[in-house]
Design a binder for this molecule. Sequence first.
Ligand code: MG
Length: 386
Amino acid sequence: MRSPYASDPAQSRGRRHPQSPAPTRTEFQRDRDRIVHSTAFRRLVYKTQVFLNHEGDLFRTRLTHSLEVAQLGRSMARTLGLDEDLVEAIALAHDLGHTPFGHAGQDALDACMAGHGGFEHNLQSLRVVDHLEERYPDFDGLNLCFETREGILKHCSRHNAELIEAQEPSFGDGQGGVGARFLRRAQPGLEAQLCNLADEIAYNAHDIDDGVRSGLIELAQVQQVPLFGRFSEQAARANVELVHKPRRWLYETVRLMLSSQIYDLMDSTQAAIALAAPADVQAVRNCPPLVQFSPAMQQETAQLKAFLFASLYRHPRVLETMDKARQVVGDLFAAYVNDPAAMQAGADASAPQAQTYRRVADYIAGMTDRFASREHQRLTGRVLLA
Ligand code: MG
């Protein structure tokens, strides 16, 4: 049942280019479908965050990560009475703007774009759905609803928010566009808030799984982290055989940990909503963030994140690969700026010279890990990431 404070597809603030409603689907279902059929979505299968694509077939990619976020988000949305289709649309689109090679790729591209507007994956996700997808005769992008775009733009500096607002339509209600909330420090709808935390729950859990499976972290190491350790003991108490079956012990622990985070989030969020009692989605936007963990769970999740940061994301083997990735992106950027014609199909050769840097950034950001590696080899003759 839809809660009064949920986003209602029939009351959407609208699209950048007005379109008539679809006969059988809600506006948010339509957004979800547009995202699934987009080119950027298909590329997520060959983009990775922690482990690069060539390191193994079993590690999460941005695509499987996005599907896990959508699954967690949808199931929590149902309990909270939020719009499941909107949650799914935001979850599936939230990483569309990521560069190849995860955060190393993003940092390298941002460094290349210093003095030319910078590069930020969140803004890029919005840019993909607003401008870069070429699928419709009359407009650029996917022309998604305000509510979906609001969820995609998770963070934004004041400066970028002002730039975005300058291009937003009025939506006819004086509330501004997707940049406005960063200027008046308001919140997005609950579906967007939920996706944020579903993202965090998903990557903490799957990075433990991938980290242990890759051999970069030991099960015994993660068991030192209070949140994980508690459920690991609980799992072993319930089934003493598990200590001899490390793979199943790991999965059972992750499962218990996920459940406890989800139930904690449901309870804390329902309590926050009850206290703030927002009448509708517009009231939600003017409340403090309502989708939340309890303070205790918040703290335990932060400890887990800190562990993953120190032990996995900064593991020497990860850092070594990321170093090469940074070099690949830097080399590609220099090569294309020097010779924009070296960019293949998809890069608009007729665009004005002044936009060269942004075109190069868009082109590189759109690449999969393996395409970037191949292009690097083609342009430099060197093999850094095979
Ligand atoms: Mg994510």
